[in-house]
Design a protein around this ligand. Structure first.
Ligand SMILES: Nc1ncnc2c1ncn2[C@@H]1O[C@H](COP(=O)(O)OP(=O)(O)OP(=O)(O)O)[C@@H](O)[C@H]1O
Ligand SMILES: [Mg+2]
Length: 477
């Protein structure tokens, strides 16, 4: 079944008889078969034949039963049926059909089958088990036959599949129609928040070339807090103490990072340091933040509808938020023209505001901000733009997902002002990588850079007198 993922040994392209050499080193004597490159990981071994056959048989039976079930069930009555009743009904009908077709299954297979049928009828079919699986963070569907999940920061191919594209489309349709949205050929993509808070994005053919693409970021009821993140090694106790001082003393903070690097999680955790007496307004595309404070107003921007109307952009929300007497504004992600209002808010009395951006380092983050301002059509000399950024943003926290799947705060950098035309920055903490274990786990440690915070005096004045020892670098063990 998965043979298409198996690597074949035969070379895909025949070797050319004349090799073009464009590198002097290549003229050297070839060194037998010793390669400088690391051997690639072998493709996952194909599942045992017997297992594959069993799964295939179960999938055929399920398909047949599902059709028969839909013929037999009164779908209109389903809405009012209790879960127990419906399960009972499904068990009975499926037992009948199995007997009719003389199919004998053991108890375990029968139970799995019935529960999958239940999911199929009421829920999201093959996705249901993955949605229930607590260890799964993200679900990524690349067409009906390929579903990946992310566990512990690593992507894994699952053996869950849809029957065909129509089956996948039916489930997508079920999901989006439940939240009042539509997706079809003329409106081929959708970004929505599901009822349980999960973030859902889908794109259907013909824009999605090989079958519908779906990505789901599952909503975690218990967001990771500062302590969890320290325990997971995302940052250290010292960094947490520094961040607490930074948030409490109302520095403006940007969390920068790549896709899925933990930006929202970090933002959420940082917000726990905000005083409960403050009025916080949050603006997100999809409401993911879970603030612990009592005085929180949450806003969600809205894309235009099929006719291109009804859009409420993040910028609209932000402009409105500024009229709502916030103490702090938290924008889930700044990616467009709202950057102007965000920086202005940070500069004019809403200290302690926070947002995230997609960038790979603090320096890159600043360039991203500059680009966003330019793209928003603001005609301002670069120096003025930079000066605006440097006076608005105090701190850039870099979140990264490293190659071994671990997520860490790889840098905390302060913006200290301008030197000529350049924004000056100083890194206070960083994650120092030193190597890789044989099983590809990253070896490294967090360290201070030895630079004392530009805001140390401010921290002290506000009652966060951090010991100077937290700024001392830690030598590699
Ligand atoms: N330090 C961590 N350790 C383990 N898991 C983490 C850590 N930080 C975040 N996660 C998990 O990683 C997933 C992605 O995190 P998050 O949503 O914060 O990323 P993001 O950068 O905001 O993603 P996106 O770019 O899609 O908005 C979540 O399921 C979250 O629970
Ligand atoms: Mg996010």
């Amino acid at each position: 079944m998965f043979s298409k993922y198996k690597k074949t040994n035969a070379p895909a392209v025949a070797k050319p008889s004349v090799q073009v050499v464009d590198n002097i080193a290549a003229f050297e004597e070839p060194k037998a078969s010793v390669s400088m490159r690391k051997a690639l990981k072998p493709a996952a071994a194909a599942p045992v034949d017997k297992d594959v056959k069993r799964k295939q048989r179960m999938s055929d039976i399920k398909l047949e039963l599902h059709r028969a079930l839909l013929d037999n069930l009164n779908l209109a009555a389903l809405e009012h049926a209790t879960e127990a009743d419906l399960r009972q009904e499904i068990n009975e009908i499926s037992a009948e059909i199995l007997a009719e077709k003389s199919i004998v299954l053991n108890r375990e297979d029968r139970m799995t089958l019935n529960s999958e049928l239940y999911d199929e009828v009421t829920g999201l079919g093959p996705l249901e088990t993955l949605l229930k699986d607590e260890t799964v963070n993200d679900i990524l569907v690349n067409g009906p036959q390929q579903i990946f999940v992310e566990r512990d920061g690593k992507l894994e191919l699952t053996d869950v599949t849809f029957k065909d594209e129509r089956h996948l489309l039916r489930i997508i349709d079920k999901i989006v129609s439940a939240v009042g949205r539509r997706v079809d050929e003329s409106n081929p993509y959708v970004d929505a928040r599901l009822q349980d808070g999960s973030r859902f994005n889908a794109m259907v053919p013909p824009v999605a070339v090989d079958g519908s693409l779906v990505s789901i970021r599952k909503f975690k009821k218990d967001k990771l807090g500062i302590d969890d993140l320290v325990n997971f090694g995302a940052f250290t106790e010292e960094m947490a103490a520094y961040l607490q001082a930074a948030v409490a003393t109302r520095l403006n903070i940007i969390v920068s990072g790549g896709t899925g690097s933990g930006k929202t999680t970090t933002l959420n955790a940082l917000s726990s340091f905000i005083d409960n007496a403050e009025r916080i307004l949050t603006i997100e595309d999809t409401a993911e933040l879970q603030l612990q404070q009592t005085h929180v107003g949450r806003m969600e921007s809205r894309p235009p509808n099929v006719e291109g109307k009804g859009e409420v952009s993040p910028r609209d929300c932000l402009k409105n938020a500024l009229r709502m007497r916030p103490d702090r504004i938290i924008v889930g992600e700044t990616r467009g023209e709202e950057v102007i209002d965000m920086l202005q808010a940070m500069n004019t009395g809403h200290d302690g505001s926070m947002t995230t951006i997609h960038a790979n380092s603090a320096r890159d983050g600043v360039s991203r901000l500059e680009n966003m301002i330019a793209m928003a059509g603001i005609e301002m000399p670069l120096k003025a733009v930079r000066s605006q950024i440097s006076s608005a943003v105090n701190l850039i926290v870099q979140a990264s997902r490293l190659q071994d799947g671990s997520r860490r705060m790889t840098s905390i950098t302060e913006i200290t002002g301008m030197e000529g035309d350049v924004i000056s920055m100083q890194e206070i903490f960083r994650y120092q990588r030193v190597g890789l274990t044989p099983d590809n786990k990253i070896i490294g440690h967090f360290t201070a850079t030895g630079v004392r915070s530009h805001y140390a005096e401010r921290f002290r004045m506000w009652g966060y007198d951090l010991p100077s020892s937290i700024y001392e670098p830690i030598a590699a063990q």
